[in-house]
Design a binder for this molecule. Structure first.
Ligand SMILES: Cc1cc2nc3c(=O)[nH]c(=O)nc-3n(C[C@H](O)[C@H](O)[C@H](O)COP(=O)(O)O)c2cc1C
Length: 303
């Protein structure tokens, strides 16, 4: 029997495969398509204090080996999330991670304080890396000082372990990673999307109403892998790898680079069973290669 479990702080995940924020709705949307209880965990869409409609369409577009999105953090807001979405998630036998975003430090704090009062949440992922909103998101994750301040304030105001989600749109991601580790987060997830743009040469207009968007999918995997590898060398907290993970081989590459867990994002749109196939594939890989515990693979790239 292969042990696929992973521990982050006191939380035990049955396997290292999570579904990435914004690509899996509030979980319920995929209930008819896959057995949600088989996932290591579900990460919700980013939740803000008030409901947000997001940016006007078009807000997604396909690009070579990837896609651009500029959703703009559309979500139901924390109160409706608690009232309407959480009871379904709570009924599942998997770990629930709520992704939190905001335009100001105060907004983040208000959201996490409201989440303190409810049951059924195991962990928070703090989005300090959204490239598609005018206020908030990326601006917090782009400097060591602001990333440190926001993560420190949140860890002081929440009952839950905190995972800080970093942006690749910075000069040196390891410095931001060290800052959020120092601020008290229990894990670091990376990467969010890379700022990109696509123009329709016939109409001379950008494809996205927001003009720029976040690039995701296979196109960003080498960038994500290098960043995971660099960050994993520097920090002691577990690193969660994200970026273009489409299949088991991709997931293995991230584990070898130093990720303790991985998140499946854009792949969910291509094949709703992608995450389940990766879990099965990892199990098979371990069995075929005599690996008893998947955590033995973490960081084992031979450089
Ligand atoms: C349509 C779409 C919506 C997203 N929404 C969010 C979001 O609300 N919050 C967040 O932290 N990341 C969001 N992301 C970023 C993903 O969680 C992930 O970090 C990124 O897409 C890279 O992984 P991938 O290449 O596997 O998709 C979104 C990505 C996509 C494609």
């Amino acid at each position: 029997m292969t042990d696929l479990s992973v521990k982050i702080g006191k939380i035990k995940f049955e396997n290292p495969v999570l579904v990435a924020s914004g690509t899996f709705g509030y979980g319920e949307e995929y209930a008819q398509l896959i057995d949600l209880n088989k996932l290591g965990g579900i990460i919700t869409k980013s939740i803000t204090l008030n409901p947000r409609e997001g940016n006007p369409p078009p807000r997604t577009c396909e690009t070579p080996s990837g896609m651009l999105n500029a959703i703009g953090l559309a979500n139901v807001g924390v109160d409706s999330f608690i009232k309407e979405k959480l009871s379904f998630l709570r009924s599942l036998d998997t770990k629930i991670i709520v992704n939190v975003a905001g335009s100001t430090l105060e907004e983040y704090v208000k959201v996490v304080k409201r989440l303190n009062r409810v049951k059924g949440i195991h962990m928070l992922e703090i989005n300090i890396s959204c490239p598609n909103v005018k206020m908030g998101g990326l601006q917090f994750g782009a400097s060591e000082e602001s990333a440190h301040e926001i993560i420190k304030t949140i860890t002081e105001n929440t009952n839950y372990p905190v995972m800080a989600k970093l942006t690749p749109n910075v000069t040196d991601i390891t410095r931001i990673a060290l800052a959020v580790e120092e601020a008290g987060c229990q894990a670091i997830s990376l990467i969010n999307t890379l700022v990109g743009m696509a123009i329709n040469s016939d109409t001379r207009k950008p494809f996205l109403s927001n003009i720029t968007g976040g690039l995701s999918g296979p196109a960003i995997k080498p960038v994500a892998l290098a960043m995971v590898w660099r960050v994993a060398q520097e920090v002691k907290v577990p690193v969660i790898g994200i970026g273009g993970i489409m299949d088991t081989k991709d997931a293995l590459e991230f584990l070898l680079a130093g990720a303790s867990m991985i998140q499946v994002g854009t792949a969910n749109f291509v094949d709703s069973r992608a995450s389940i196939k990766i879990i099965e594939g990892l199990k098979e890989y371990c069995e075929n290669n005599g690996i008893k515990r998947i955590r033995e693979l973490v960081g084992r790239v031979e450089t």
